[in-house]
Design a protein around this ligand. Structure first.
Ligand SMILES: [Zn+2]
Length: 366
């Protein structure tokens, strides 16, 4: 793996951590570049908490960026929503896959919190084992492959321009998710980023806004309807924008293929988890619907690795767990430090099964 450190003046307190990390990555036989080049896999961005800087213009989503910040207060990620908002701001401003937040002292002692865009987190002791913990966390993730490219083909049959029974059911269950309070309030990224940063976010990740959770329903043997990226799930109306028909996947270019009506907004994108749903529908013809929520359920199997959303690796590990479930067509699988993926014959059947059993807090797993 090729990695590089980038930093700014706000990060003087992180110099010794940087030397420790350099030693560990060198020992692990990774190549440390003086600065990120075109082949870089991992960028470690050391910056200040109050004025977080990206220090690196990421050309595309497949570079893994971990930003490290440190605060002197004793507050930890889980203590206050103000702090969560501040860390989230660091995450978005630096366009990172993870923020490692070092808390110096306080009631939990020296701790480090790994916070992801899915707002999952995990806490580790910030002692002499910290640099090892950071290296072990980011190394496998830096090799993950994002499948976030979409190709929009204006070939949706006219009869489906207003959707069908299943897409309407999908819209109805989007409202139901909101009623069940399973759509957490996400921070509005337009409040955090200026126009230039927003354009950058669109270019790199294909998003204009963030939202959590997604729904899909099979249309026929080879296609399925799925919620769009960053759309308001409680108000799914327009086909080709809020709900899109996934008709295939081009593995050579890691591109999800969509069938849309003529004249749709060219910036429409399907949820980043489309690759996961695509693999599940392909492997299991009896699955008719899939729901992904940021919530948890007791007694379930979970993925071992907290892969970022939209990666081929997350899709493969989730599929593996689904296939191992007693009934793969009616499975509930945990995505570590993130949420659930639930398969079913239909959305109605899934919601009947999960109602009253979900807990909103996702446990922090090591
Ligand atoms: Zn998610």
């Amino acid at each position: 793996m090729k990695l590089a450190f980038v930093t700014d003046r706000g990060a003087v307190a992180l110099e010794s951590l940087r030397s420790e990390l350099t030693a560990i990555f060198a020992r692990d036989q990774h190549e440390i570049l003086d600065q990120p080049d075109e082949q870089v896999d991992l960028v470690l961005n050391l910056t200040g908490f109050d004025e977080p800087r990206a220090n690196y213009m990421r050309p595309h989503a497949s570079v893994f960026v971990a930003t490290i910040v440190r605060t002197e207060t004793g507050d930890a990620w889980s203590d206050s929503s103000e702090l969560q908002k501040a860390i989230y701001r660091v995450l978005v401003k630096t366009m990172s896959n993870v923020v490692v937040h070092l808390v110096h002292g306080g009631r939990h002692g020296q701790r480090a919190y790994f916070v992801t865009p899915e707002l999952g987190f995990r806490a580790v002791p910030a002692d002499e084992t910290l640099s090892r913990a950071i290296a072990d966390y980011v190394t496998p993730l830096a090799g993950a492959h994002m499948v976030i490219n979409n190709r929009l083909d204006e070939d949706l049959p006219r009869a489906l321009w207003d959707g069908d029974e299943r897409s309407r059911e999908l819209a109805a269950f989007g409202r139901k998710l909101a009623e069940m309070k399973l759509l957490p309030n996400v921070f509005d990224i337009t409040e955090i980023l200026d126009q230039r940063d927003l354009r950058m976010m669109m270019k790199v990740f294909g998003i204009k806004q963030l939202s959590y959770g997604n729904l899909s329903a099979r249309c026929d043997a080879h296609s399925f309807w799925m919620t769009g990226r960053g759309v308001q799930k409680a108000d799914l109306r327009v086909i080709g924008r809020d709900i899109l028909l996934v008709k295939g996947y081009d593995a050579a270019t890691h591109t999800i293929l969509l069938s849309v009506p003529e004249g749709v907004d060219a910036t429409s994108r399907v949820s980043v988890d489309a690759i996961e749903h695509f693999k599940i529908y392909g492997a299991l013809p009896e699955v008719g619907a899939i729901v992904h929520v940021h919530a948890w359920m007791d007694g379930i199997e979970a993925t071992q690795q907290s892969w970022p959303c939209g990666t081929e690796q997350l899709a493969d590990e989730v599929l593996e767990l689904v296939l191992r479930a007693p009934d793969p067509a009616r499975a509930v699988v945990g995505l570590k430090n993130h949420g659930l993926t639930i398969t079913g014959h239909s959305l109605g059947e899934i919601f009947e099964r999960i109602e009253g059993k979900l807990v909103q807090a996702v446990p922090a797993l090591d």
